[in-house]
Design a protein around this ligand. Structure first.
Ligand SMILES: NC(=O)C1=CN([C@@H]2O[C@H](COP(=O)(O)OP(=O)(O)OC[C@H]3O[C@@H](n4cnc5c(N)ncnc54)[C@H](O)[C@@H]3O)[C@@H](O)[C@H]2O)C=CC1
Ligand SMILES: O=C(O)[C@@H](O)C(=O)[C@H](O)[C@@H](O)CO
Length: 316
């Protein structure tokens, strides 16, 4: 499949990630088949797409585009077979469960064109494990976005043991045509790059809170005004080069012995999940999300992320 031959994209899953990914392709002029299990889920997905498209338009990030024209490029389906039969590229964002993804990809392969590219937005499952059910695994690859997908530029493209180089190259090139910062990994690993690092950071952050060294809010603000600020400009390894590798080695020699090296979820996290305190979506996690605090926090985050996108456009 060549990038120039891609005209219609299927987006399976119209939820948090899927609606956002579908919108991006529609904003860039592609026909999109949005697929989910029910009309209610699709209707909710379209509502989120319209909300996000208006937000992008108000920030001049989709200059000159009519919102209704964007929505008109999206056709909804509750049937995978109908939704994928005439597309050239499939993106999947359903539950992070191996068996569910395998079941869906079997249906996709039975109904999609022989040369369509298959991509999953899994957060960290093995693409080889998902593709075990496929007869044509050479065309299956991870394209892992970051939440919110339409405001976070990065997509990790991760091959399985069977993915062809042509599939990787076309996927990276295609994603870059719609403005994503798409980077291929050399080979698969659980969690890819971003989530391996994110989970290591979360493990240590919760270790610090568990040991009553600092509160969750102070940990968040300390990172926000230090590593978070610097890493939005230069990544961790280049920052080590600038800080001096001798210093990083000296600190590693004593600190790694004290850092958290647990291989199971932090107990604070596990206890909260057990109590149903899942964060903003249940009103309580490490923070209390009363009233419209969650909406205000997400709106502030998205406002700042759009400012980054505006800057990306002007500085590239
Ligand atoms: N939420 C996040 O921050 C991120 C999630 N991801 C990954 O993206 C995937 C989706 O995550 P979310 O969008 O957060 O989940 P979600 O729960 O918001 O959306 C999942 C959607 O898939 C639909 N779905 C489930 N089974 C289906 C089926 N058989 N056919 C059609 N539609 C089906 C559901 O109805 C729902 O609308 C997961 O693999 C997740 O790990 C990746 C990056 C970030
Ligand atoms: O954090 C993100 O945006 C993504 O990279 C994800 O895959 C999921 O949120 C994951 O980190 C949740 O564990």
């Amino acid at each position: 499949m060549r990038v120039e031959d891609i005209k219609t994209v299927a987006a399976i899953g119209a939820g948090t990630m899927g609606h956002s990914i579908a919108m991006e392709f529609a904003v860039h002029g592609y026909n999109v088949h949005l697929i989910d299990m029910s009309e209610d889920a699709l209707s909710h997905g379209l509502d989120m797409i319209r909300h996000d498209a208006v937000e992008l338009s108000e920030h001049h990030l989709i200059a000159g585009q009519n919102i209704d024209d964007i929505l008109a490029r999206i056709t909804t389906f509750t049937s995978i077979s109908n939704g994928v039969h005439d597309v050239q590229y499939v993106t999947e964002s359903v539950a992070e469960k191996l068996e569910i993804k395998q079941s869906i990809w079997k249906q996709v392969e039975e109904n999609a064109p022989q040369d369509a590219i298959f991509t999953t937005n899994t957060s960290g499952l093995s693409p080889s494990a998902i593709a075990e059910v496929l007869k044509t695994p050479h065309r299956f690859v991870v394209a892992h976005y970051w939440n919110p997908a339409h405001l976070m530029p990065l997509v990790e493209v991760v091959p399985s043991r069977s993915t062809s180089q042509d599939t990787v190259d076309t996927t990276v090139a295609f994603l870059r045509t719609v403005g994503k910062k798409a980077y291929p990994l050399k080979r698969e690993c659980l969690g890819f790059v971003g989530n391996r690092i994110q989970m290591a950071v979360i493990r240590e952050a919760l270790n610090i809170v568990s040991r009553d060294i600092a509160t969750a809010e102070d940990v968040d603000n300390i990172i926000k005004y230090s590593l978070g600020r610097r890493w939005s400009i230069l990544g961790p390894i280049i920052s080590a080069d600038l800080g001096g590798l001798d210093i990083f080695e000296s600190v590693s020699e004593y600190l790694l012995q004290d850092a958290d090296n647990s291989t199971t979820p932090n107990q604070l996290l596990a206890e909260k999940v057990r109590r149903g305190e899942l964060g903003n979506k249940t009103g309580r996690g490490f923070y209390d999300w009363n009233g419209d605090e969650g909406i205000q926090t997400v709106a502030h985050r998205d406002e700042q992320l759009m400012k980054f996108l505006e800057r990306d456009v002007t500085t590239e």
